[in-house]
Design a protein around this ligand. Structure first.
Ligand SMILES: NC(=O)c1ccc[n+]([C@@H]2O[C@H](COP(=O)([O-])OP(=O)(O)OC[C@H]3O[C@@H](n4cnc5c(N)ncnc54)[C@H](OP(=O)(O)O)[C@@H]3O)[C@@H](O)[C@H]2O)c1
Length: 426
């Protein structure tokens, strides 16, 4: 039986679940993974009071990086400050590292993997994307024989939960967010979930594995779900779509584009069926076509499951070098990918107004696939404006934004126009 001595840094939601699993159910990992994992030391700045097990606890987390008795440092504190110092120092001291920290990997991955390579150690980061659903393992092991053409994923459980509640129960955005927080799905500060940063960080990690790009989340273009209204959800349903926050990556030649936006997903797509806090990732490759991975994307137990899987892998010899093979492809911010689009506008209720709007689309060489005038919500006799939904043919993000700007200068349009991508069958 192989054995592994670990030091766990951070005893929060995930750290607590890792300790709980290893301490209370060691037989499962021994039987399934053939590894005996022993917790040599725990780093908790509040000390023993937050560690409900009889373990050696230090309040100085750097002690763990320095402890020569430890094979693997498990970083579960988050952020890029102390976490980065801990990981670097551990690697320099010849330790392997396991982390759930998507912010760290998506920002500093390249330098950390180079450092690990130089010191002959490994970094496991399965828990950084899609929690308990092994998508990293799928990309770097199961699909290693295939060229990935694109991936599309729901990578943030909180936003998926909010959009599901808005759709299933007609909840407002605010009520759905509050419920997600009450259930412990959303952070007390949910900014990085709601504004799309979390999904963008995860998408950049997937890109590094799928397309051999640098780890660089700043080259991902993204938006959050704040602009999605109940009306958009209703109109989407009427048209045969669900609104999901979709991270999308694709490669053409050596150019890779990765983005994360609220997106209309047609109901014949598997991703449209992914509700509540669940995550899903579709990966399309040459030869085998699409494979889809579905499961819990966050939460202490699913995340701990991924951390422990990495530990077992390390004990069993680890993985091929991350991102080392061949040349690096370019991760470019300016998206050339073309998507059909949904535009939501309000137009003055007067003769010729809608014709003027559709003429503007035609002048920009954008085909209109559907133009639907909705019933006005105004109750007064004189309805001054009407909602209009326009579905276009495929156009790039750049052209879609240009069109938004053009629409902004039409005096017959009375709202701030919204535009979302449409993810049709590919
Ligand atoms: N929660 C999830 O579902 C989930 C899913 C996937 C990935 N992750 C990732 O897992 C990591 C941990 O998340 P979490 O939810 O467990 O966070 P958490 O509950 O906030 O726990 C973080 C722990 O780290 C400690 N810590 C933070 N900064 C520290 C510092 N500068 N010095 C010493 N200790 C420090 C905290 O100590 P105090 O208690 O003293 O503040 C706390 O014990 C993050 O990278 C997160 O992105 C989480």
């Amino acid at each position: 039986m192989k054995s592994l001595k670990i030091g766990v840094c951070g005893v929060g939601n995930v750290g607590g679940a890792v300790l709980d699993n290893i301490t209370n159910a060691p037989d499962i990992v021994r039987d399934n993974g053939g590894v005996n994992i022993e917790v040599s030391q725990v780093g908790a700045r509040k000390g023993k009071s937050v560690v409900p097990f009889d373990l050696d606890v230090t309040t100085n987390l750097m002690d763990i990086a320095a402890n020569s008795d430890i094979d693997v440092l498990v970083e579960l504190i988050g952020g890029c400050d102390l976490a980065k110092d801990l990981v670097e120092e551990s690697i320099r001291k010849g330790k392997n590292v396991v982390t759930a920290n998507k912010a760290l990997i998506s920002t500093h991955g390249d330098e950390l993997f180079q450092l690990a390579k130089d010191h002959g150690v490994q970094i496991g980061f399965e828990a950084s994307v899609a929690g308990g659903t092994p998508v990293i393992k799928a990309l770097r092991e199961g699909l290693v024989a295939n060229k990935v053409n694109w991936f599309a994923g729901i990578l943030n459980g909180t936003t998926n939960y909010i959009l599901s509640k808005m759709s299933d129960d007609n909840s407002s955005f605010e009520d759905a967010l509050k419920e997600a927080q009450d259930l412990g799905l959303a952070e007390s500060d949910p900014t990085m979930d709601v504004d799309g940063t979390d999904a963008a960080q995860k998408a950049s990690i997937l890109s590094a594995l799928a397309f051999n790009t640098p780890f660089d989340f700043r080259s991902v273009s993204y938006e959050g779900i704040e602009s999605v209204s109940s009306d958009d959800i209703l109109y989407a349903e009427e048209l045969g779509y669900s609104i999901k926050h979709i991270a999308y990556g694709s490669i053409e030649g050596d150019e890779v584009h990765v983005s994360a936006y609220p997106t209309f997903v047609s109901n014949d797509q598997l991703l449209s069926q992914v509700g509540q806090q669940m995550n899903a990732l579709e990966i399309s490759c040459d030869g085998i076509g699409s494979t889809v991975y579905y499961g819990p994307g966050a939460g202490p137990k699913p995340t701990a499951s991924a951390v422990i899987a990495d530990l077992v892998d390390i004990a069993n010899g680890g993985w091929p070098e991350t991102g080392s093979a061949g040349k690096k492809n370019k991760l470019l911010k300016e998206g050339k990918q073309e998507f059909s689009r949904y535009y939501n506008l309000e137009v003055k209720n007067e003769a010729g107004a809608i014709a003027k709007v559709s003429a503007l689309f035609a002048a920009s060489d954008i085909s209109i696939e559907a133009l639907i005038q909705k019933e006005s919500k105004q109750t007064n006799q004189e309805q001054s404006h009407v909602p209009v939904i326009i579905i276009t043919g495929p156009l790039s993000d750049l052209n879609a934004l240009q069109m938004l700007e053009n629409l902004g200068s039409v005096e017959e349009i009375t709202n701030s126009v919204k535009q979302f991508r449409i993810h049709n069958a590919l």
